[in-house]
Design a protein around this ligand. Structure first.
Ligand code: ARG
Length: 460
């Protein structure tokens, strides 16, 4: 008896189903990986004796031709090409005839798509890591060029203590190092070949998943066929790494927006990386930085959306898993755009050292140094804190300046008051990893080393 489904199947799919189900429009970008995976699969089929040497050659040639056609955009897609796997196999069979019809032996689109995506992701994580590294290099060269410049450091968005500008820039640089680490971890998690898992349970044919894994440059193969076709943890890892990268870029963006404002005036953006207003002639807007802030939402959304897709899935492959690619591609594309634009924006922006100094030399920012001066004389810190706090309150409320009050307090005196002179406080930050010029020099060397390590890792 013919089932409803069977009847429909015979009659072809509805337009609505095709519109929903087909993934060619977005999985096409994995065509190289799909063809690479097919080449390894075909070579394996020949090695284990499932196809002849001449069939292998014919299929490999057909794969070459297919790749050429797609890359040269002469490939004619058919309405029946549901996804890139179907399209490639259809074309290979057209070119290679019977031999082509042997290509899919022992393979399912389930292990195939997972293989393609892992190969794609491995490459992409490297490229994004190197873009992050480029951005870090820009931060470093800005830090080197900013020698001697200091600005207020903030807590609660209130001026707290002066810090070297290089220190501030490198703070973002170190966060980006952790991003590279996470991107490369996602790469490592993707570095397991699922090919040979079949639809879900492996095969009765003498396949060689180890050989295929090696051929494709994977570190190893799956241990469990069900896990192999349903595991998308590597996608979630990549999406998390990109979401957090997005959060870091957003935080950088937010600071640059503040710094570019008239109120702060700490930086001037280059014309090439700012926009104007259609109405207000005087405006120069930090759109790049705003989009860095705005697109973090999208990167976070890609992660949370995809986790929601995964959470209800029973083993093994379910079509829901087709929802892995669009968020991943979007997240990678978004991160790439942001990194390139922010890199250019930071590279070309100019610092207003005077404006930074003016705020950083606010004598109140040296209050902790006064308290620590008292500590050095043996006064318990709490007491010292209260003494200086009292002077700050008096200065804020009355006629006498903080410098005058400190000079005339015998516990402190003129010597302590020199701590309030411009540029003095920032030099006091001398502990390891601190914000003063000496330590920042050490840190710059460390950061250079870190970038070298990253570059070495990216060569692997
Ligand atoms: N286009 C599908 C995807 O992206 C390929 C796998 C289809 N497998 C299947 N059993 N229908 O996930």
């Amino acid at each position: 008896m013919t089932t409803l489904w069977h009847g429909r199947f015979k009659g072809g799919s509805s337009e609505a189903l095709k519109a929903l189900n087909d993934s060619l429009s977005f999985d096409m970008r994995m065509y190289r990986e799909d063809i690479e995976g097919s080449r390894a699969h075909v070579r394996m089929l020949e090695r284990v004796g499932l196809i002849s040497g001449s069939d292998e050659r014919v299929i490999l040639n057909a794969l070459d031709q297919t790749e050429k056609e797609i890359s040269e955009e002469t490939f004619l897609f058919e309405p029946s090409d549901e996804d890139i796997h179907t399209a490639v196999e259809r074309r290979v069979t057209e070119i290679a005839g019977e031999a082509g019809a042997r290509l899919h032996t022992g393979r399912s689109r389930n292990d195939q798509v997972a293989t393609d995506l892992r190969l794609w992701l491995k490459n992409e994580m490297k490229e994004l890591s190197s873009l992050v590294t480029e951005f870090q290099k820009t931060l470093m060269s800005k830090a080197v060029a900013s020698e001697g410049i200091y600005l207020p450091g903030y807590t609660h968005m209130q001026q707290a203590q002066p810090v070297m500008l290089a220190h501030h820039l490198l703070a973002h640089g170190w966060a980006l190092s952790r991003d590279v680490d996470r991107l490369l971890n996602a790469l490592n998690h993707a570095d397991v070949s699922p090919l040979g898992a079949g639809a879900l349970a492996g095969s009765s044919l003498p396949l060689d998943p180890d050989g295929v894994a090696k051929d494709l440059g994977f570190t190893g193969r799956f241990n469990n066929s069900l896990d192999a076709v349903s595991d998308r943890d590597f996608v979630a890892d990549a999406l998390f790494a990109l979401a957090l990268l997005g959060v870091h870029l957003s935080r950088i963006g937010e600071e640059l927006i503040l710094w570019a404002s008239t109120e702060f005036g700490f930086i001037e953006l280059d014309d090439a990386f700012s926009t104007g207003s259609s109405m207000l002639p005087q405006k120069k807007n930090p759109d790049v930085a705003e989009l860095a802030r705005g697109k973090a939402g999208r990167l976070i959304g890609n992660l949370t959306g995809f986790l929601a897709t995964l959470k209800g899935l029973p083993l093994a492959y379910n079509k829901d898993l087709q929802e892995d690619k669009e968020p991943l591609f979007d997240a990678c594309d978004t991160a790439r755009l942001l990194l390139l634009a922010l890199n250019g924006m930071v590279e070309t922006m100019k610092f207003n050292a005077e404006k930074m100094k003016e705020h950083a030399d606010n004598p109140y920012a040296a209050a902790i140094d006064l308290a620590e001066h008292l500590v050095a004389k043996g006064i318990p810190f709490r007491e010292a804190h209260a003494i200086v706090g009292g002077h700050v309150a008096t200065a804020l409320a009355g006629e006498e300046s903080l410098t005058q009050l400190i000079s005339s307090d015998e516990r402190l005196g003129p010597e302590a008051a020199t701590l309030l002179t411009p540029g003095a406080a920032v030099k006091m930050r001398t502990t390891p990893g601190a914000a003063g010029p000496e330590q920042v020099k050490v840190q710059l060397d460390e950061f250079k080393k870190q970038l070298k390590i990253q570059q070495e890792r990216l060569k692997e």
